[in-house]
Write a protein that binds this ligand. Sequence first.
Ligand code: SF4
Length: 402
Amino acid sequence: MSVFRSRFKELQRRVPIDEHNCAVQFDETKCKNCTLCRRACSNTQSIMDYYSLASTGDMPICVHCGQCASACPFDAITEVNDVEKVKAAIQDPDKIVIFQTAPAVRVGLGESFGMEPGTFVEGKMVAALRALGGDYVFDTDFGADLTIMEEATELLHRLQSEEIPIPQFTSCCPAWVEFAEIFYPDLLPHLSSTKSPISILSPVIKTFFAQKKDIDPSKIVNVCVTPCTAKKAEILRPEFNSSSIFWDVPEMRDTDICITTRELANWIKEENIDFAALEDSKFDTAFGESSGGGKIFGNSGGVMEAAIRTAYHLFTGRPAPKDFIPFEEVRGQEGVKKASVAFGHFVLHVASISGLANARAFIDDLIKNNDFENYSFIEVMACPGGCIGGGGQPKVKLPQVK
Ligand code: SF4
């Protein structure tokens, strides 16, 4: 059932940052050797020291989280810009361009236009995407709801099965998935088999929505707008081709292009759109409605909260009461948080981790103390604070993971 497999060699082939890295690019002429990127990479994220290895000619390892691009004050490292691909699709009269926007974009985008950090600009964001030429704009929160139903169902299954191991680790952060594949391949049976919200919603658009609207799916260009540079790598994974299988069109991808919050902000500025003056617009309705569960995916602990609430609901048949879980213990900006909750005959010990250095320390402890079965569910997000601090968000001072 798992879509994951160890791809160490494949990843090694694909990561050289300066030539083929699909997420971040390096312009040596702008580099001032401040080493902030190196610190973000090797200290915060605890990946092998990408830049030292690159300079000695050894093969570096990159999980595409983009924290180096976020840390670089001189724009020497930036996300790979894919906006021109979206513009080309919009200019092609044969194409139908469909945007979907991840939860953290609507609370990050406003900062690029001088608004207070965290300003909720969902309506203006949708209006801007329509003004830029999008034919439809959908909410990835709907995909997040599907993800959480799957993930909670799988958790209940694991809790009641002797054959599938616990704890269940989340799988919606592609940088964490790559990190686990490279450094902890023995952990892969613990990773949820559920795809990320974007990678669930995209094939739904190219199959269910295309059928409903009688659209030729090969004309659809699915564009995800995300806080995340690692999504640029995720959408290329060979297994994310459900629509290709459904329609028997070998070259069809589920998601065609990924752009970050920063790329969208720059594009809006280039087009001289007065973002602050835009009239609010609503998401298209086929996937425009979602529960509160998907909306909290952007924060560290949000997936955990939604999954445990949904597991409670699925098991008991009732919505989880407000005070069912001490949620505050697993949400917020700390690097590692833990909580315990009980329902039915289950007592769940859960943890929420942001920052891969924290994940590495936590997992090494689990291995050293043989402590795996004392946990039921562990959320890992690569970026400090979760996707809200993603590598493609506007560059702001964020609380650093300790
Ligand atoms: Fe992407 Fe979020 Fe993971 Fe960062 S934490 S790599 S933004 S999915």
